[in-house]
Every structure is written in structure tokens, then in C-alpha cells.
Design a protein around this ligand. Structure first.
Ligand SMILES: C[S@@+](CC[C@H](N)C(=O)[O-])C[C@H]1O[C@@H](n2cnc3c(N)ncnc32)[C@H](O)[C@@H]1O
Length: 330
């Protein structure tokens, strides 16, 4: 089961279990290692300093905390942070210890996830083929893509997508994880953990209205950048869609700590905007503000699969054979 807990707005997921179940032929050890995130993201020196403070029982750096608090004052989505803090504290009180027991050891704090970081470099080298080359299903299979049952892979530039589908084909679910421009990806250029970015203006040109069925859903992963959030709003308008709900993905370590603190610059969450055609009333009962909580894969930008959550909260969505999932790693 990859939904480990679901009550009220909190949905705890295991992305690892999902991958192991969906891809039984994949290398289990390699997959599991991707999720071996023991401590929050820190610089190595910061991790060592923290370990030392714990060992010597000394105070933390208050100045830094104050700077983080100040940065949050200018954060445009403060209401989301307030909401997620409340949900997280509920999770810590009632759920954490059963599912993510214990705390990181001093050795784990010092190691600062080095094992998993090295592992990702290795995985990225193995995957360092041309992911963006156009190829059909047979080519994809030859290229060692692991393709789940009942899926038809189309690997192409998204703006050419319509060329590869039969003209009248409509999808019940379009899941988009756009290649947002962001500082991390720019900084990581050439390191193997970056991706090709796409200007928001080009993403708007994806012919979503031609591809979506009348009662279909569009789900869009979005970062916490005001410009990107506004872009999603304008795309929806342009595509004749309306937002129905917003869900959150809160990222934690294997001991249930947030992968980073809430701050004005970096946050331990992303949002998923769910939309449908403006005149469609089918999805009025989809719950708003669900918080998906999971240990993220150490591969940058790798999202947890939404299939188990969709099965649970949107069970009337027709079967997945017709779903178009823009998820290059799955
Ligand atoms: C945010 S990542 C997707 C991550 C993926 N959903 C996952 O869970 O691992 C965006 C992806 O879009 C790809 N991309 C960038 N420009 C593209 C284009 N024009 N057509 C298709 N894919 C593109 C990037 O290379 C990157 O792999």
C-alpha cells in the first residue's frame, strides 16, 4: 500500500512502496536507497556544527533563526505556511511516531545524507541518456525505460505532442509537472541534477483544451514562486478551465522531520492545482486543502505518484488507460 495513512486532510504516502510495487523488475536496492533521507537538507559544515552542538549541548544560532523569520514576513503565501504548520504539528502529535519512528543519530547528522547524495549522482549517470529525444513505444522499450502495464509512452517535445496522438483522442487526466525556471536548476546546470527549463509563455501553448475530455481534470504541480503561480492562473483562464482545489505535498525525512524549515526562500512543500472545464460540475466533492506527506525521492523534482491518491479521492475518474501523465521518470 502506498497510502499509509489517510484521515481528514492528512494523507501519508510511501513513494518508495509505490515504485517497488509498480516496477517489480526494478533494482529494489537502488530504488530504496533513493528514499534514505535521514536528516533535513543542510550544508555539510552546518550539519557538522549541529552535531557538535548536540554533542556539547550548546545553544543554536539564534541570529540565523531571526533572519529566517524576517524573510518569511515577505513571503507571498504566508497563509499556506500557517496552514501547513498546523497540519504538521497534528502529524507530529498523532501520526509521526507510528510511521516514522525515532530520530537521526549523531552519525547520521554528521553524514548529512552523503550516501543518498552519492547514490543519486550514480543513478543520474546511468540515466544520462538523451531523455528528450523523440521516440516511440518500441524505441522506449529498447532504451530500457521501465513502462508500467497499460501505459503508452510518448517521449517528445511537449509542444509536438499533438503530432503523436490520434486527432480526436481526449484524456480524462492531464498531469503536468512543468520544467519551471528556478535558481536551483540554473545553478545545477550540467551537474546531472538539472533539467531543461521552459518559458511559461511556451507552456501556455500546450494545446490542453484539444486534449482534455469534457469532464477531464488537469493537475499542475507548481512551485512557491509568485510568478509561476500567477502563470498557472493565466493558463487556466486561457485554456477555459477553472481551479477546483489546491493540494499540498509536504516533504519529510524518514524520521518525520521537515526536509527544510519554512522560510521566505526555500520551503518544504509544493502545491498541486487541480482544475476542470469551466462548465463542468462533476468534481464538486473533491476535498480541498489535502496535505500529502511523504519522504521525497532524492532525485531533484521527482514527484510522488498521484495514482493511489486519485484512486482514493477521485475514484470516479475513468480508468487510467486514457490518462496522459507527463512524468518522465515513471
Ligand atoms: C519538473 S521536471 C518533471 C519531473 C517528473 N515529473 C518526475 O516526477 O520526476 C520537468 C521535466 O520536463 C522536461 N522538459 C523540459 N522541456 C521540455 C519540453 N519542451 N518537452 C517535454 N519535456 C520537457 C525536463 O527535462 C524535465 O525532465
Amino acid at each position: 500500500m502506498s497510502v499509509i495513512h489517510a484521515k481528514d486532510r492528512i494523507v501519508v504516502l510511501s513513494h518508495k512502496e509505490y515504485l517497488l510495487k509498480t516496477y517489480p523488475d526494478a533494482n529494489k536496492e537502488r530504488v530504496s536507497q533513493l528514499f534514505d533521507i535521514c536528516t533535513p537538507f543542510r550544508m555539510d559544515l552546518e550539519a557538522l556544527a549541529l552535531a557538535k552542538r548536540i554533542e556539547t549541548n550548546t545553544e543554536s544560532n539564534k541570529k540565523k533563526k531571526k533572519r529566517k523569520r524576517e524573510a518569511l514576513e515577505f513571503y507571498p503565501f504566508q497563509h499556506e505556511v500557517d496552514y501547513l504548520r498546523k497540519v504538521y504539528s497534528e502529524f507530529i502529535q498523532n501520526i509521526k511516531e507510528d510511521i516514522f519512528p525515532g530520530n537521526p543519530s549523531i552519525e547520521e547528522i554528521k553524514a548529512n545524507n552523503k550516501g543518498v547524495r552519492d547514490h543519486v549522482k550514480e543513478v543520474m549517470m546511468i540515466m544520462d541518456r538523451d531523455f528528450h529525444r523523440t521516440c516511440n513505444e518500441d524505441e522506449a522499450r529498447k532504451e530500457n525505460f521501465i513502462i508500467p502495464e497499460n501505459c503508452q509512452p510518448i517521449v517528445c517535445d511537449i509542444l509536438d505532442f499533438e503530432r503523436y496522438v490520434t486527432q480526436d483522442r481526449k484524456y480524462f487526466l492531464i498531469l503536468m509537472d512543468p520544467p519551471w525556471e528556478n535558481k536551483h536548476v540554473k545553478r545545477a546546470k550540467g551537474s546531472g541534477t538539472d533539467y531543461k527549463m521552459m518559458d511559461n509563455h511556451f507552456i501556455q501553448q500546450i494545446p490542453v483544451p484539444n486534449l482534455l475530455s469534457e469532464e477531464g481534470l488537469v493537475m499542475i504541480w507548481c512551485s512557491n514562486n509568485k510568478r509561476h503561480r500567477s502563470a498557472v492562473e493565466s493558463w487556466l483562464e486561457d485554456w477555459g478551465l477553472k481551479k477546483i482545489v489546491k493540494w499540498y505535498w509536504l516533504k519529510i525525512t524518514k524520521y518525520g522531520e521537515l526536509i527544510c524549515e519554512f522560510s521566505g526562500h526555500k520551503n518544504p512543500y509544493e502545491v498541486l492545482i487541480i482544475a476542470t472545464n469551466k462548465n463542468c460540475e462533476t468534481w464538486r466533492n473533491v476535498p480541498d486543502n489535502n496535505v500529502l506527506i511523504s519522504v521525497p525521492s532524492a532525485i531533484h523534482s521527482h514527484k510522488p505518484s498521484l495514482q493511489p491518491v486519485i484512486d482514493k479521492y477521485i475514484p470516479h475518474l475513468p480508468n487510467n488507460r486514457n490518462n496522459f501523465i507527463n512524468n518522465v521518470l515513471e
